[in-house]
Design a binder for this molecule. Structure first.
Ligand SMILES: Nc1nc2c(ncn2[C@@H]2O[C@H](COP(=O)(O)OP(=O)(O)OP(=O)(O)O)[C@@H](O)[C@H]2O)c(=O)[nH]1
Ligand SMILES: [Mg+2]
Length: 736
């Protein structure tokens, strides 16, 4: 009778459906996607088996074999070989295999059978196999493999009870499977080596030690036992080769032969593989010309829709923000607290939150692309381009994922085997425009490149901002691969999974998660930044002549309201000139006091001191300081502009308040007013190329194991951003 918590690990080739099974069993919602390499970390969950026994479930990155080559595979192999000190080896290994691809997936299973742990095989994707006319006799397959085999369909939760039951029985019986039989000569060598290194290294490791030349077990045992072991190994391998069993071919031969026999006995396949939808679609989608055109058209469509679909939702959120601004202004007496609430929080954080719909829509699109199987095709299409830059199509998936967020994008680079290629990919991924840049783009495009321009232009400019990253990232990668990270161009090997209808549930969940993450971020990091910025803009609140800015602003605002009320006394079109002029003067006076206060604030003084650096980019101190303040998190630039431009409670009918405020403040007479498009583009280019994200720096540090690479990335991207903005403004100025 089992009493203690049972630890069960899900192991299998990439894209076998491990995470889908993990989610179905544990009720958690880890990311799934239809391409290899979605999971790159170990994830844990729990559930109760029938009868109440607690099960600790471990989801692992996919791996093709125990001879791990990339860091994500290493995570899985480490756990199986007992190399993770904080994690015990699992009690039962569930080998998840794809029913449509048994010949290949069972190779890893055959390796798992030699690990000295109980194993249960879960045959997943049984629906897809049935659709292809593949018939599997599960009992027979179980007899052949020597372990329980359970058919499941993870995405619909079919067969989970039977799987759990098989896991419990296997755990209870503790039966250790035998796996394929190796040639006697090999067994003899393994036994001899075992006798030499002693019983504290388990037999399965000794076998891996011989099989994986220069592998990971060899590296660590040689380091542990001294170089003599290496000579022994070389001699053993030489003897095996002489006996006609060279390493590693002996393993492939033995295992594939064994898998072939098992599949031959238990699986009936149609004589001819039917032509599937995947084949038909791939004719176009992976075609060099058509495929690339479809890719570009798809991206354009995505950005066009982000721009237009989000608009009504965005206006609704802006409406709520304006109402709260009015409410606060009405209820609270002037003073620092009201200033903080209305300026810092409602104008600042509110200006950022307005962009929630765009973020959610962008994540929805990416989730669809990932879930239907297009991601791997995009990687395949881009392989040609990437290989010119010394990388392979594999690097494109981290880059494309970075369009949502660079943090998971950079982690996705773990699937890349070679350290130099992985580093190059990590260092250029932050150049891809992430969702946090979207608010800045949308704000400036809507303010300066929409009215009076053809309807397709906003989407195209937005697309252009993304293209900037798409173009520069490979170029920087090329430079890196030619200099700091010199090395050969890797060969592109990647499975193209069958296309699948995206699961609506998955997509909605991804959108909800992204939306929630954005709101949480606005409520924490961005809120904190806004409070700080507000304080830097508020203090000192007394003018050099000793008068209180608070009082002067209140007086000026009152005068402005009075003058405006006078205007309203007359019917439209019949307002006497002097009344109209008085109102305009009062507004100018109020703005002037406000402007003077901000200019004299701590932030204003620092900004004016730095202004010469911003000038060549076409920026005034306010834009410049907003860009500087947004180094920890990009969205801050929008929030701070909302504050300094006073994106108050007077938004127009169909544009957001901040958009109006920017247009109003970039007035004739200022550089921004004279070249609004050039300035807008220069700000956008700066944001596109700059690494303004503390989380990205932290994840680069974690993935590269030190501060040197994040510092390098930060430095090169800041320089690139400054130069890019400079060039954009200067060229834009010449052209306009
Ligand atoms: N048709 C069908 N699709 C499934 C089934 N189980 C999972 N999928 C889909 O298969 C794809 C891969 O699923 P994941 O759970 O992400 O696969 P994984 O093994 O975790 O992949 P990696 O993390 O990359 O190793 C997803 O698109 C799932 O929706 C199934 O039983 N039938
Ligand atoms: Mg997974």
């Amino acid at each position: 009778m089992l009493t203690k918590t049972l630890t069960v690990a899900l192991v299998g080739n990439p894209n076998a459906g491990k995470t889908t099974l993990f989610n179905a069993l544990s009720g958690l919602r880890q990311r799934v996607g239809n391409y290899p390499g979605v999971t790159v970390e170990l994830k844990k969950g729990r559930y109760s088996a029938p009868g109440g026994l607690p099960v600790s479930l471990i989801d692992l990155p996919g791996t093709y074999s125990l001879a791990a080559r990339s860091p994500d595979e290493m995570v899985a192999v480490d756990l199986l070989l007992g190399r993770r000190p904080e994690e015990p080896r699992p009690d039962v290994v569930v080998s998840v295999v794809d029913a449509t691809n048994l010949d290949r997936h069972l190779y890893l299973t055959s390796q798992l059978l030699g690990l000295g742990e109980p194993v249960v095989v879960a045959v997943n994707m049984t629906d897809a196999a049935a659709a292809q006319g593949i018939r599997i006799d599960y009992d027979k397959l179980g007899q052949q493999l020597g372990v329980p085999v359970v058919p499941i369909q993870a995405n619909k939760g079919v067969g989970l009870d039977a799987l759990t039951a098989a896991v419990l029985t296997t755990a209870e019986s503790g039966t250790i499977p035998r796996g394929p039989t190796f040639p006697p000569a090999f067994d003899a060598e393994a036994d001899a080596l075992q006798a030499e290194i002693g019983p504290d290294v388990p037999a399965f490791l000794t076998r891996r030690l011989i099989l994986d030349i220069g592998g990971y077990v060899e590296q660590w045992l040689v380091a542990d036992r001294g170089p003599a072991l290496r000579d022994h190994l070389a001699a053993a391998r030489q003897r095996l080769a002489a006996a006609g069993h060279p390493v590693p071919a002996v393993e492939a031969r033995t295992r594939y032969g064994w898998v072939k026999a098992a599949v031959g006995a238990a699986v009936a396949k149609p004589a001819e593989r039917p032509v599937t939808w995947t084949d038909r679609l791939d004719k176009v989608l992976t075609h060099r010309v058509w495929g690339t055109l479809v890719f570009l058209a798809l991206m354009f469509l995505v950005f066009q829709s982000i721009f237009f679909w989000a608009k009504p939702l965005m206006e609704a959120i802006d409406g709520v923000r304006e109402l709260s601004a009015k409410a606060v202004a009405g209820w609270m007496a002037p003073g620092p607290l009201r200033g903080l609430l209305s300026d810092g929080i409602i104008k600042g954080v509110g200006s950022v939150l307005v962009f929630l719909p765009q973020i959610v829509i962008l994540f929805g699109f990416i989730a669809v692309l990932e879930d239907c199987g297009y991601m791997a095709r995009a990687a395949f299409l881009m392989d040609r381009l990437m290989s010119r830059c010394g990388l392979s199509g594999k690097s494109f998936i981290p880059m494309l994922s970075s369009v949502a967020c660079a943090v998971p994008g950079i982690m996705a680079a773990r699937v890349i085997e070679n350290r130099r290629d992985r580093l190059a990919t990590v260092l250029v991924s932050p150049l891809m425009s992430c969702s946090a840049r979207l608010p800045v783009y949308v704000l400036l495009i809507a303010a300066f490149l929409t009215d009076g321009y053809p309807g397709w232009l906003p989407g195209l400019v937005l697309f252009g901002m993304y293209l900037l990253g798409f173009t520069l990232a490979p170029i920087v990668a090329l430079l890196l691969k030619r200099t700091l990270l010199k090395g050969e161009t890797p060969v592109f090997v990647m499975e193209l999974p069958a296309y699948r209808w995206p699961a609506l549930g998955n997509i909605l969940r991804r959108m909800a998660d992204a939306g929630w993450a954005f709101v949480r971020r606005a409520g924490t990091v961005i809120l904190a930044a806004m409070i700080l910025i507000w304080a830097l803009l508020y203090f000192p609140s007394t003018a050099p002549d000793g008068t209180s800015y608070e009082d002067r602003v209140a007086a000026a605002e009152a005068a402005k309201e009075e003058a405006e009320a006078k205007v309203k006394e007359y019917p439209e079109g019949q307002v006497p000139e002097e009344v109209e002029k008085a109102a305009a003067d009062a507004t100018t006076a109020a703005n002037a006091v406000n402007g003077e206060w901000k200019r004299n604030s701590l932030m204003g003084r620092a900004g004016r001191w730095l202004e010469p650096a911003f000038e060549p980019l076409g920026w005034d101190w306010r834009i410049g300081m907003a860009a500087v303040a947004s180094f920890p998190a990009r969205e801050v630039i929008v929030g701070m502009l909302g504050m300094v431009y006073d994106a108050g409670d007077e938004g127009g009918d169909d544009t957001s308040a901040l958009q109006d405020a920017v247009r109003r403040e970039w007035a004739p007479g200022t550089v921004q007013g004279r070249y609004p498009v050039a300035v807008a583009l220069s700000v956008m280019v700066f944001i596109a190329l700059c690494l303004q994200c503390a989380s990205t720096l932290a994840v680069i540090r974690r993935e590269t194991g030190g501060w040197a690479w994040p510092a390098f990335t930060f430095a090169y991207m800041t320089a690139l951003a400054y130069l890019g903005a400079l060039l954009t403004f200067q060229v834009g100025k010449l052209l306009s």
